[in-house]
Design a protein around this ligand. Structure first.
Ligand code: MN
Length: 196
């Protein structure tokens, strides 16, 4: 059977500082994500889903397999979307244009995304996705959910589980979300837009 692997980080553990500390990344990637990968590999034998991709498992599974596969898929997209902090970091190209057209401005988009992340009750994820008509959608997804379960293509996500920010920001989730805009790799996000 295919074994799911812990993805390598595409940057050094301290490269996202001061937005995300090396200590947080070390625990978040090396402990939390690793546990979801190991749990998924332990649950899959006998499920009939041993050879499916992570996306196919998330669309099909329920219970413990869905929870762990969802968290593996969510974290893989999350960790791959960052780069070292930049001032005035903003999307350009096709994605920048779509955001401008559909939200009015990048600032208006950030405000709505930030508000949805800050007000998500409990643990979960705020997502920017694109639907099959090419329309951008912001959703709050509880726990391990992913917009792919609703037929959307996931583009950008902020993890608002406390383990993502508590060491660096304690209870200040809105401050953490505000800082994350400095490290979004917008070229990576644009590359996730499926061909229509
Ligand atoms: Mn997490």
């Amino acid at each position: 059977m295919a074994k799911h692997e812990l993805i390598p980080l595409p940057y050094a553990e301290n490269e996202l500082e001061p937005v995300i500390s090396g200590k947080t990344l070390s625990f978040h990637h090396g402990k939390h994500l690793l546990a979801y990968v190991n749990n998924l590999n332990a649950l899959l034998p006998g499920s009939g889903m041993e050879d499916l991709s992570i996306e196919e498992i998330v669309k099909k599974a329920d219970g413990g397999i869905l929870n762990n596969a969802g968290q593996v898929m969510n974290h893989n997209l999350y960790f791959k979307q960052f780069r070292k902090p930049q001032n005035d970091n903003a999307p350009a190209g096709k994605l920048g244009k779509l955001i401008q057209e559909q939200f009015g401005s990048f600032e208006a988009f950030k405000d709505e995304f930030t508000k949805k992340g800050a007000t998500l009750f409990g643990s979960g994820w705020v997502w920017l996705s694109i639907d099959k008509q090419g329309k951008l959608v912001i959703t709050q997804e509880p726990n391990a959910s992913n917009p792919i379960q609703k037929g959307l293509a996931p583009l950008l996500t902020f993890d608002v589980w406390e383990h993502a920010y508590y060491l660096d920001y304690q209870n200040r989730r809105p401050d953490h979300i505000a800082a994350l805009w400095q490290i979004v790799n917008w070229e990576e996000i644009e590359s996730r837009i499926p061909a229509l």
